[in-house]
Design a protein. Structure first.
Length: 393
């Protein structure tokens, strides 16, 4: 019979090994303990103490995997941990923080698409209404979530979204009373200000960049000047759509302002979910998806930015149950899949990103099949891609 006591003992023994730096041997003990807990919980699903202990154990598994540079396995452990936290019905902010842990680990793994969608899901779970008062825990939790989201968006998505998240995080962190709610708060503020300087400078918004730089230098004098922007400004969705229009493959110019709000407006979107109304997602798909296919070889960077941003938007809309997307998935699903398949050549030499795209395609194929849109040559080609590039899951 699986024993909770036995699992605890194995966990303690493995933790002692990890404390000496012997992470590989510790992992073997952690895995045996986790298997024991899982077997125990199969017949005692209501034992919250055992489930909580497994949550703690999985955090240790993730730490050991990270120490061995096994970031994908670390992400898998944190994903299982997140599932157990949800099973325990933990507070929304704790679950959101755990999901951001998952997103950041995927980012380290090179799973850019998954990192962006996981982070967006976490940010969306925060209530803006509850976070209106700077003196509340909810305000602080949202501020730190936006700072973390900014770091992820900086690597995975539209830089206009990243700077919107960074700017809002800075405003909130500065407005919150100084307290020891999160010892990493100072790090979040430093990172968000640094990103604001870099991205505003890259976009030519010198006044905003100077303001952020002054704040950075006054708050963190020991850090020196904030980092300068890269030589080439990062590609925004607005710039990609504008370029596609000039190339004659995108004709719905009226969509640009609807999809790309001003990144320095007071209500600038700090997350994918806040970019626009979810009902716009399927409309944008049919306007932009064919352009992605046309540009996949001649202008791969434009195709990547357009396709990934629309994929993130569609994922958010589907998660929110957007009616048109769900009820007409037989029309939308194949276009969505075709847009993602246009990216497959570009990831062939990046195995971690290919594995991530394969996982995304696998999920989409599952949804298409469950919604009666999963047949035909495109689906067969997608399945061949999945077979050739094993998903990280």
């Amino acid at each position: 019979m699986p024993s909770k006591r036995h699992a605890r003992r194995m966990h303690r023994d493995a933790a002692r090994l990890a404390s000496t730096g012997n992470h590989r041997t510790a992992l073997a003990g952690y895995r045996r303990a986790a298997a024991e807990y899982r077997a125990y919980l199969q017949t005692r699903t209501g034992d919250h103490t055992a489930r909580t202990e497994l949550v703690d154990l999985l955090a240790d598994v993730s730490t050991a995997e990270q120490a061995l540079n096994e970031h994908a396995r670390s992400a898998a452990a944190l994903t299982e941990r997140l599932d157990h936290l949800r099973e325990l019905d933990r507070p929304r902010a704790q679950i959101a923080a755990a999901e951001l842990d998952v997103a950041e680990t995927h980012l380290q793994s090179g799973h850019l698409l998954t990192a962006a969608t996981r982070a967006d899901s976490a940010v969306r779970s925060h209530s803006r209404r509850d976070a209106a008062d700077p003196h509340t825990a909810a305000f602080w939790d949202l501020a730190t979530a936006l700072a973390r989201n900014a770091r992820i968006l900086h690597r995975t998505a539209d830089p206009d979204l990243a700077v919107g998240a960074a700017d809002q995080a800075v405003r909130m962190l500065l407005a919150a009373p100084d307290r020891d709610r999160d010892p990493r708060g100072r790090d979040y503020l430093r990172d968000a200000l640094g990103l604001a300087v870099e991205l505003h400078t890259a976009a030519g918004r010198t006044a905003y960049a100077r303001t952020a730089a002054r704040l950075f230098e006054s708050r963190f004098p020991e850090a020196g000047p904030a980092a300068a922007a890269a030589a080439a400004p990062p590609l925004t969705l607005r710039a990609a759509l504008t370029a596609a229009g000039r190339l004659g493959v995108f004709t719905e110019a009226n969509l640009i302002d609807r999809l790309c709000p001003d990144p320095v407006a007071p209500d600038a979107p700090p997350a994918v979910t806040a970019r626009c109304d979810p009902g716009l997602a399927p409309i944008a798909l049919h306007a932009i998806g064919p352009a992605v296919v046309d540009l996949r070889t001649s202008h791969p960077s434009l195709a990547w930015r357009m396709a990934t941003e629309i994929h993130y938007l569609l994922t958010a809309a589907d998660r929110e149950g957007e009616r048109n997307l769900r009820s007409n998935f037989r029309d939308h699903g194949p276009v969505w899949l075709g847009m993602l398949m246009a990216l497959t050549e570009g990831v062939a030499r990046r195995p971690n990103l290919a594995a991530d795209l394969s996982a995304v395609v696998t999920d989409l194929l599952g949804r298409m099949r469950s919604r009666y849109a999963g047949e035909g040559p495109l689906v067969e080609a997608a399945q061949r891609f999945v077979n050739a590039h094993r998903p990280w899951r």
